[in-house]
Design a protein around this ligand. Structure first.
Ligand SMILES: [Fe+2]
Length: 453
């Protein structure tokens, strides 16, 4: 790479320069009437041009894209930067002051969620959530009414029964500790525990079962040399690190997980986890990367990430690893109603065999992990598909009975559309394709936020 190029600033990764508002979007097919709510997606979109020689994909200012659907119509598309102080300044606007953590004011770029009828852009590594309006304007940084000590995470897990969010947060200033929080359904932290890991790890995500929160203590750690050298994301693969997975009683005060050794690897995203029907163990499905930030330092690209099933006995035995699918893939999701419970189906984005940069893939995978099969939905050579979010047909529909929503960009990265696929017919005609007024750059995560009923 020359100093003038960076794959995370080019093609469909390139930031878009404008904020747009469009109403009555053009639709082919038919938007299911019961899809009433907002599909939201976050991703990095630097507001000022970064230095390509050092820009890390994880550190671009967050921009949230949203599409509002109601009564069979696509009512609007909006994209808005999350206005941290520096983003507001770059846009020539007044800041939105609020309780940032440890002086770390960052425009969260990784995920966007609806919770307690509010909207939050979220990120890991020490920054707090930013609250947004329903129409994606910035309200300001948020500490959940003074109940959140530190920063948060990009991947809280919602218990579908209680509506509470379980999270593992990390921050280099906490040394080897992470914070495990439970955010109640009214968006107040009702429980916070510090748990000591094996080092200053980067914990991107977690999993829950009905009994446990699952802690990933894997070999990507805060690297002082990289920080001193000015790296914007100073976390690196640590050779020789003791890789392990912890089971911590989900509720109560325990701060001592039961650890299970695992072969060194990195996991950004579990697909899901659940308690074994008999015995004390759990099943944890993950996308496993053989390494991370070992040689590729500007983005997540270190070999083929595969879908694995890990068995933990609950007593500290080594993790038993079973390969479910050896094709490269990322952004695994399940039906949110089975989070922490046994799942049969999972959805992921396939990586092109020739392409090791996540975010530039053209196929979706629908896994039936019970049947041991999977289906592949292609969007055409060179098209670029993002994370697929499952929306049930109705509250009582069976698992997998509903739609998959995902943003697809054209091969020449000139435009994007929101696809609505029937999850049970992923290879068939889309239910609807909603044309968007501008390209949505490759980004990270999103969610469907249904209207309150
Ligand atoms: Fe993620």
């Amino acid at each position: 790479m020359t100093s003038a190029s960076n794959p995370y600033l080019e093609g469909n990764f390139a930031p878009v320069p404008d904020e747009a508002t469009a109403t009555e979007l053009s639709v082919s097919g038919h938007i299911p009437e019961s899809l009433c709510g907002r599909y939201l997606r976050n991703g990095p979109n630097p507001v000022t041009a970064p230095d390509p020689s050092t820009y890390h994909w994880f550190t671009g200012d967050g921009m949230v894209h949203g599409i509002r659907l109601r009564d069979g119509r696509a009512e609007w598309y909006r994209n808005r930067w999350v206005r941290s102080a520096s983003v507001a300044e770059a846009l020539g606007e007044a800041p939105h002051p609020g309780p940032v953590h440890a002086g770390w004011d960052f425009a969260p770029n990784t995920n966007v969620i609806g919770h307690a009828r509010r909207t939050f852009a979220i990120v890991e590594a020490g920054a707090r959530p930013y609250e947004l309006t329903d129409e994606l304007d910035t309200i300001g940084p948020c500490d959940f009414a003074g109940t959140l000590d530190g920063g948060y995470t990009a991947h809280p897990k919602r218990d579908p029964r209680t509506g509470e969010l379980y999270a593992v947060s990390y921050f280099f200033g906490w040394g080897d500790d992470v914070e495990v929080t439970v955010l109640d359904a009214d968006a107040r932290v009702r429980s916070a525990r510090r748990v000591t890991m094996g080092g200053p790890v980067s914990v991107h995500d977690c999993a829950i079962t009905e009994r446990f929160i699952v802690l990933l203590d894997l070999p990507v750690t805060f690297n002082m040399e990289a920080a001193a050298a000015g790296a914007s994301f100073p976390y690196r693969w640590q050779e020789g690190y003791h890789a392990r997975v912890g089971l911590l009683a989900r509720d109560g005060d325990s701060t001592t997980p039961v650890w299970h050794d695992v072969e060194p690897c990195y996991v950004f995203h579990p697909l899901n986890a659940f308690d074994e029907a008999d015995g004390d163990g759990i099943v944890l499905d993950v996308v496993r990367h053989p390494a991370m930030f070992r040689t590729q330092l500007l983005g997540p690209s270190e070999g083929v990430p595969t879908l694995e099933r890990w068995h933990l006995d609950g007593h500290g035995g080594a993790v038993k690893e079973e390969r479910l699918d050896d094709r490269g893939q990322e952004f695994p999701r399940v039906d949110e109603r089975v989070v922490g419970r046994p799942h049969r189906f999972g959805y992921a984005v396939a990586l092109e065999a020739s392409d090791d940069i996540p975010g530039t893939e053209s196929r979706l995978l629908r896994h039936d992990v019970e049947g041991g099969t999977s289906e592949v939905r292609s969007f055409g050579r060179g098209a670029q598909v993002g994370e697929a979010v499952f929306v049930p047909r109705d509250r009582d529909a069976d698992e997998d009975d509903g739609w998959l929503l995902t943003i697809v960009s054209t091969p020449d990265a000139s435009s994007s559309a929101l696809y609505v696929l029937n999850a049970r017919d992923v290879t068939g005609e889309p239910e609807a394709v909603i044309a968007l007024p501008q390209r949505v750059p490759a980004g990270f995560h999103g969610n469907w936020v249904p209207d309150p009923v």
